[in-house]
Write a protein that binds this ligand. Structure first.
Ligand code: CTP
Length: 436
């Protein structure tokens, strides 16, 4: 299975001179030790698809931690290893670059090394127990055939050979997402979400049998921790058009399997597009506001708790729901500003931002005007002014200051002189009321 090769020029063209230089240095050290070392995972898939990918992952047929420590001892940087999984991250810095003789390009932050392993799952959805193994066993535990491709870089005689034990090259050509075995989604139900993510990103089809296995494994999604589901969906937001991934997940029943109340809004595509146009799309929270704010508050709470959102995110999404659906004054044409301030005053800033983006007119303009100007309106007078006028303190203070603010907001007063006159009337009324 190791006949085709990739050449160094191609790696150079797609990943750049720095990445090629790094790979060659790793190869050189591995070759000195006649250690089997392979470039694996997304970077290989993407190289063959001629897509850039800067996550450099190696599998070592042997002790990856010892090998990473050897690289660090020779070229500097630092190593963080995780013994139970036999993995190590080699962090690079400017000194490492210089020692490697590749100081000119943009250096990746780190390189990952993993000992070839044959995972053995104690029970479905648990973290795997790891045994050391060969590259074939390591690749054989992966999710999809297109992710099982590897490029050997050591020993020297096999440099740049493409390792393809599971027909990954054929599926890459045919544009198919295919699992390696029928229990793949039972071993790890997050792969259901990954299948959709890769299929959206690469515009690949989920192969028929794989799609059938997904359908059968959907109930397993209920058992995955909220954090894993959330992280996996957060990765979907990085794709060019996450809405089509969400529609696919909704159609296949995956959203409902995560939580029965989890439904995508019908206008999702339009809203995600607005988000991208506004540069708010870096905020993964914004996607959750879009996905969930159309639901009733109890469903927002239930799904938020299922996905282990913190309380602030749940509250903020509920606030977005309130702004969008429960405040009739916002649906009016030219509502009195003071009435708008009264209902939006306690809303979180991010919810306002999101609601302004999603709402139709006239609501959107009303919310924006609130954010841009009305929320900053304050009367000139404050508590000290009222004290200086001899008014005895009490709840009347905030009532008067609110009336002043509202008068400014609604254009009933427009200057300091007008405010003073209005204030005198209010204070007089308060005194008369007091003495009566
Ligand atoms: N993998 C898996 N099952 C998972 C997660 C990951 O089998 N639930 C395997 C995949 O084969 C993948 C490798 O672990 O190639 C590394 O995972 P990850 O970095 O998430 O995948 P990439 O393919 O690198 O994806 P991306 O391009 O999105 O980084």
């Amino acid at each position: 299975p190791t006949r085709p090769v990739i050449n160094a020029q191609k790696v150079n063209a797609l990943l750049g001179k720095t990445a090629l230089g790094l790979i060659e240095k790793v190869a050189e050290e591995a070759q000195k030790q006649t250690l089997g070392v392979y470039l694996v995972g997304g970077i290989v898939r993407d190289l063959l698809l001629e897509r850039a990918n800067h996550d450099i992952d190696f599998v070592v047929e042997g002790d990856a931690i010892a090998f990473a420590e050897h690289m660090q001892a020779t070229y500097g940087g630092s190593v963080h290893s995780y013994a139970p999984f036999g993995t190590a991250k080699w962090h690079l810095d400017a000194d490492t670059a210089e020692a490697l003789g590749i100081a000119n390009g943009k250096l990746p932050d780190h390189i990952d090394f993993a000992s070839a392993r044959n995972e053995y799952y104690l029970h479905p959805t648990a973290l795997p127990t790891v045994y050391s193994g060969s590259i074939k066993l390591d690749l054989g535990r992966r999710d999809f055939t297109i992710n099982t491709l590897a490029i050997q870089i050591s020993p020297a005689a096999h440099m740049w050979r493409i390792v393809d034990y599971f027909s990954g090259l054929d599926d890459l050509k045919a544009g198919l997402i295919r699992v390696l075995h029928s229990l793949s989604f039972v071993d790890d139900p997050t792969r259901i979400l990954r299948a959709v993510r890769f299929s959206e990103r690469l515009n690949f089809k989920i192969e028929d049998r794989t799609a059938e296995l997904i359908t059968n494994a959907l109930p397993m999604l209920r058992r995955i921790t909220g954090e894993r589901v959330r992280n996996e969906l957060n990765l979907l937001w990085q794709e060019a058009a996450p809405e089509s991934g969400i529609y696919t997940l909704a159609k296949m029943g995956a959203l409902a399997a995560i939580h029965p109340a989890f439904k995508a809004p019908s206008h999702l595509g339009k809203l995600f597009k607005r988000l991208r146009a506004r540069d708010l799309h870096q905020e993964s929270d914004a996607y959750w506001h879009i996905l969930l704010s159309h639901l009733p508050n109890e469903d927002i709470t239930a799904i938020g708790e299922r996905l282990l959102f913190g309380k602030p995110l749940i509250t903020a999404i509920q606030a977005t729901h309130t702004i969008l659906y429960e405040l009739p004054v916002l649906k009016e044409n030219s509502p009195k500003p003071s009435r708008v301030v009264a209902v939006l005053g306690a809303m979180p800033a991010f919810s306002l931002e999101i609601a302004a983006l999603f709402a139709e007119e006239p609501m959107s303009t009303t919310i924006r005007t609130y954010m841009d100007s009305w929320q900053n309106v304050r009367p000139k007078a404050d508590g000290n002014t009222l004290k200086a006028m001899g008014l005895s303190t009490g709840p009347i203070y905030s009532q008067i200051l609110l009336q002043l603010k509202n008068a400014w907001l609604d254009g009933e007063i427009n200057s300091q002189a007008e405010e003073e006159r209005f204030l005198e009337t209010l204070v007089k009324e308060a005194r008369d009321h007091d003495s009566s």
